[in-house]
Write a new protein. Structure first.
Lengths: 227, 393
């Protein structure tokens, strides 16, 4: 068995709302191996988004350890985590979350801007990936000139432009009609087929069905693993 | 990378359109007010320095009643002051109220005793005649334009002053403002006869509005001042004060600087209000773009990137307001000096000052106001935890 890409050990996450403590995760252990395609399923409040955020280094656990490619990153400072996110992780969100006043091409370039990649190379990579996702004729369009499916593909391009080790998607089909959703899911399957590691959180059984492994969460624990 | 963030900031400003313009206008008004006041103030200072030099000149001492009060007269003997070593020349301006009769009117009017040397000292004493000619011989009189109307007299007529017959040889050009020359009285309201004749008409102790003393080259200013004080003590004049060119400019300039600082302070409040506008806009922007901040952080933006992004936005708006404010402020200053110059008429036109320090100072200051106003909103944006920002609806 090869080294895990990400390993979560005894992850607990507790939110404080004034006096009340709300546990979102209660002792989760999880290994994501290179080439995995995991779907996190469960009702709202089951902790799947929190788990996704901890995996994506966007949130720190209250207790437990996060190992990235074998190294403990739990105590890393915000700047280092931001850099790690920028280099190794790609995010796709339910609401697409493109920057509204930038063109498709500029949105895709953005992660490379923060990594300090020179403009010419940045542009070349962004154009390449957009063309691969069938958006070669939409480079100069702004998000409000694109359909939902096109926006999600731009968002996917933005997540992939840094060639990340891990692609994280939070309800990627939640705001799309079923036909467009299927197109996006097909892209995920294709990417995984090329060896890309993917973790997605979803309500949608159709989305979960394309994953290799389904994890069901309830009350902050992984209740069931289905391969 | 900095340039890329700067470009992104610029996009965001343009994207907000009207709101950005309104914010910029806040800074614009403040900057314009400060620039206009400083520019006019500096122009005025320069003009006054020139004017004082024209009227009084270097190497010159002015003797007046205390507080530069030209209306109140002082006792002195100008011949004795001329005799002080180190004094090259001196004049005293003396007027008397006399009973005057002309062909078409009569009354108590002001008579100025004229000494040709006066023209060298006081620009206004270069009497300009509108008709006729200058004084040339005893028994001749020049009339101010209004005096000529009061007396119903013109060139060639005869008038009597205190019973003595004089021949009108010229009428002076009309003057609107009260003059420095006659202790606040306009030259339009006087009759001018030669100083020796005035002394004959009004013998006795000589009371003057002021005297101007010009020193010989390399004369010791302090020593001459001391001698003049000795003379004033000797004739029993206790109310006189001596002012030289430097005293005078220093006094006037310090008054102008004080007024200018006060006005610039008020204008500065306008700029402060502009800064509050920037802060308000930026806080709103941070709130509106909370999700976007979360996304930027998720895709690898560090806190410092987000901080710069927002600081550049407020700084750029400050800079834009500063540049536009500079141009409009100079425009306002230009119009204001035109209007004031026209009101001052012959008293001397002046132009607004445009110095490099004013240009770069105002641009820099506006940028700083923008950036400082945006600092707290930018810090708030930079410190947003990515997860909370992403969850924000």
């Amino acid at each position: 068995m090869s080294t895990a890409l990400v390993e979560l050990q005894g992850i607990t996450k507790i939110y404080r709302l004034g006096e009340v403590e709300v546990p979102a995760l209660r002792g989760v252990d999880l290994s994501v191996l290179p080439g995995d395609f995991l779907a996190l399923m469960g009702p709202s409040g089951s902790g799947k988004s929190t788990l996704l955020h901890v995996l994506g280094l966007l949130d720190r656990p209250t207790a437990g350890r996060v190992l990235w490619e074998g190294a403990d990153v739990t105590r890393l400072n915000g700047g280092k985590l931001a850099e790690l996110r920028g280099r190794r992780i790609g995010f796709v969100f339910q609401m697409f979350n493109l920057v509204p006043n930038l063109t498709a091409l500029e949105n895709v370039e953005l992660p490379l801007v923060f990594l300090g990649v020179p403009a010419r190379e940045r542009r070349r990579k962004a154009r390449e990936i957009l063309e691969r996702l069938g958006l070669g004729d939409r480079l100069r369009h702004r998000p409000n000139q694109l359909s939902g499916g096109q926006q999600q593909r731009v968002a996917l391009a933005r997540a992939l432009v840094t060639d990340p080790a891990l692609l994280i998607a939070d309800e990627p089909t939640g705001n799309l009609d079923s036909a467009t959703g299927r197109e996006i899911l097909a892209l995920f399957v294709e990417l995984n087929g090329q060896g890309r590691t993917i973790v997605l959180a979803t309500h949608d059984p159709e989305a979960a069905a394309v994953a290799k492994v389904r994890l069901r969460l309830r009350d902050g624990r992984i209740m069931e693993v289905e391969r | 990378m900095i340039l890329d963030i700067l470009r992104l900031s610029f996009r965001n400003i343009r994207h907000r359109g009207l709101r950005s313009w309104l914010t910029v206008i806040g800074i614009l008004i403040g900057t314009a007010a400060v620039v206009a006041l400083i520019s006019v103030g500096q122009g005025l200072q320069r003009a006054i320095a020139q004017r004082v030099e024209q009227i009084v000149g270097y190497n010159t001492i002015l003797i007046t009643a205390r507080g530069l009060n030209l209306g109140q007269r002082i006792r002195l003997d100008i011949e004795a002051i001329r005799a002080i070593p180190g004094v090259r020349n001196a004049i005293a301006v003396r007027t008397e109220t006399a009973y005057v009769e002309g062909p078409g009117g009569k009354g108590f009017l002001t008579v100025l005793g004229y000494d040709p040397a006066m023209a060298e000292f006081v620009a206004e004493m270069n009497l300009t005649v509108a008709s006729g000619r200058a004084l040339a011989a005893p028994g001749e009189v020049l009339l101010g334009s209004r005096t000529a109307r009061v007396l119903g007299a013109d060139v060639g007529d005869g008038v009597t002053i205190e019973g003595k017959e004089f021949q009108v040889v010229g009428v002076l050009q009309a003057q609107r403002a009260g003059g420095f020359a006659t202790g606040g009285l306009s030259l339009s309201d006087v009759l001018v006869i030669s100083l020796p004749e005035l002394r004959q008409l009004f013998p006795g102790p000589e009371l003057v509005h002021y005297a101007v003393v010009r020193l010989a080259d390399r004369a010791d200013m302090a020593l001459v001042r001391e001698r003049i004080r000795d003379h004033l003590r000797a004739v029993g004049e206790r109310n006189a004060a001596l002012t030289d060119f430097e005293d005078l400019t220093r006094n006037i300039q310090s008054v102008i600087r004080g007024v200018q600082a006060f006005l610039a302070g008020i204008a500065g409040i306008a700029l402060l209000v502009g800064g509050v506008g920037v802060m308000n806009t930026m806080y709103t922007a941070v709130l509106e773009r909370t999700r976007e901040i979360g996304v930027l952080k998720a895709i690898g933006a560090k806190d410092s990137h987000v901080l710069l992004l927002f600081l550049f936005e407020s700084g750029l708006m400050g800079l834009a307001g500063g540049a536009l404010g500079l141009v409009s402020g100079l425009g306002v200053a230009w119009v204001a000096t035109l209007v004031v110059s026209r009101m001052l008429e012959a008293q001397g036109a002046f132009s607004p000052a445009l110095t490099a320090s004013l240009v770069f100072g105002s641009l820099f200051f506006a940028f700083v106001v923008g950036a400082v106003s945006g600092l707290f909103p930018a810090i708030r944006a930079a410190k947003l935890p990515p997860v909370e920002a992403l969850r924000y609806e």
